[in-house]
Design a protein around this ligand. Structure first.
Ligand code: ITT
Length: 196
């Protein structure tokens, strides 16, 4: 079976991706390979940051691996929080404060359109391949639901009456940015169709 390191320190991402790959790929975590460092995310785009994550692991461990960089883009906020999604309110991973900041900045705003965006960088046999996934939706006026992570309680995907935080992981994975990008990665590895 193909074996791949997922370069993430985010437990929720890992769970979602593990559910998506099922038996197709054996996922290794950073813990599995003994990597305890924070991987720097100094790029200005999802693509650059995804690439930094995968290269960090490949350069050090010479293992097939991938990393994703993802975030929320809100039209009325000039696509913020974007690459700063994890640390929008200052502290990395403070999801409650990040949500509060988005809601405060959108107070009174009629245009609630937004999207989640993921870029995955895969290094496979020493070559880099990119996969991208986007899900369009709107930002609710307040939180709803307790599942998922990050901005899930305020993001309602188009065509649904619930937020990502009200969906099961399987439902979210079927339509989410990360789920869509992972489907392409799995196709690439399992049936050999191309990344770019
Ligand atoms: P790693 O870099 O270790 O993978 P991270 O959480 O720092 O973990 P990112 O740099 O890609 O990951 O930041 C993504 C942030 O965007 C994440 O912390 C959330 O705030 C938000 N985000 C991304 N995908 C999301 C999702 O599916 N649901 C809710 N929020 C999400």
């Amino acid at each position: 079976m193909r074996q791949l390191v997922f370069a993430t320190n985010n437990r929720h991402k890992l769970d979602e991706v593990a559910a998506k790959v099922g038996d197709h790929i054996k996922l290794l975590t950073l813990e599995d390979i003994g990597c305890r460092e924070e991987i720097p995310e100094t790029g200005c785009t999802f693509r650059e940051n995804a690439s930094l994550k995968s290269h960090y692991i490949y350069d050090k461990y010479k293992l097939d691996c991938f990393g994703d960089d993802s975030g929320l883009e809100v039209d009325a906020l000039n696509n913020e929080p974007g690459v700063y999604s994890a640390r929008y309110a200052g502290t990395h991973g403070n999801h409650e404060a990040n949500i509060d900041k988005v809601l405060a900045r959108l107070a009174g705003e009629a245009n609630r359109n937004a999207r989640f965006h993921t870029v995955i960088s895969l290094i496979w046999n020493g070559e880099e391949h990119f996969f991208e996934g986007i899900v369009e939706g709107t930002i609710r006026n307040e939180r709803s639901g307790a599942k998922g992570f990050g901005y899930d309680p305020i993001f309602q995907p188009d065509g649904y009456a619930v937020t990502f935080a009200e969906m099961t992981m399987e439902e979210k994975n079927r339509i989410s940015h990360r789920g869509r990008a992972m489907e392409q990665l799995i196709d690439f590895l399992v049936i050999g169709s191309s990344g770019h």
